[in-house]
Write a protein that binds this ligand. Structure first.
Ligand code: PEP
Length: 249
């Protein structure tokens, strides 16, 4: 049985006040032990989030990391630094980073490896653009992105990776993939993983991301290959995010 994971990616949004509000709301609400929740604020809020969420089971994540351990990389943050702030999860390959910061499949692999080396749990984000979907290339694109990383890992490393399927056309657009569309691609991802190791594929968590909200979460999460969500916009509203977490647990 796979434990659902709901991860809230704040992107370049939020404030210290919002961090405090989340800390209070999650301390009050109490979470079901059958769901894992992770908050992924911008770097400067990690220390405050660590304090505010300290009395709750909510874990912390980071939005990216540099592949290097340290050195002359102005503006960058290493995996070791993230660990010092209690970070457990880190996103790699988010479509905004692939598109806006030109991160290639190789860059994504390097970051994911750095995350594993720092004992962080990477969430590998993959997904097709609308143009790619319309051209019938969804499966090829998504499995290329998955394979570019997973095929280069050792078996033990593969087990530490969570994959988030995020169709680019559904991110921040309010246009969610239907549960059937998401399930179709995510079952392909699991089948691909089974080519390495069937029991690893059975245990691997797959998240859906793309305009998940309090109204559509339950239906998406009911799909057999959807084990959680990567939530952007709706993770900035504490009541909506709590409702999504509750529908998973
Ligand atoms: C995301 O940024 O990963 C995301 C899924 O955003 P949204 O929920 O806003 O579509």
């Amino acid at each position: 049985m796979r434990m659902p994971l709901i991860a809230g990616n704040w992107k370049m949004n939020g404030s210290l006040t919002l961090v405090e509000r989340f800390g209070e709301a999650f301390a009050e609400a109490g979470l079901s032990p059958s769901v894992e929740v992770c908050l992924i604020p911008p770097f400067p809020y990690l220390a405050a989030a660590q304090r505010a969420l300290g009395g709750t089971p909510v874990m912390l994540g980071a939005q990216t990391l540099n592949p290097q351990h340290g050195g002359a990389h102005t503006g960058e943050v290493s995996g070791g630094m993230l660990r010092e702030f209690g970070v457990d999860y880190v996103l790699v390959g988010h479509s905004e980073r692939r598109a806006l910061y030109r991160e290639s499949d190789d860059d994504v692999y390097d970051r994911l490896l750095a995350a594993l080396t720092a004992e962080l749990r990477p969430i590998l984000c993959v997904g097709e653009t609308l143009e790619e979907r319309d051209a019938g290339r969804t499966r090829d694109v998504v499995l290329r992105q998955v394979g570019a990383v997973m095929a280069r890992l050792e078996p033990a490393q593969r087990a530490a990776v969570t994959i988030a399927y995020e169709p680019v056309w559904a991110i921040g657009t309010g246009r969610t993939a239907t549960p059937e569309q998401a399930q179709e691609v995510m079952s392909e991802i699991r089948a691909y993983q089974a080519g390495f190791d069937r029991s690893l594929a059975e245990g691997m968590r797959l998240l859906y991301g793309g305009s998940m909200n309090a109204d559509n979460a339950a239906e998406l999460l009911a799909q057999p290959d959807i084990d959680g969500g990567l939530v952007g916009g709706a993770s900035l509203k504490v009541d909506d995010f709590l409702a999504i977490c509750q529908s998973a647990g």
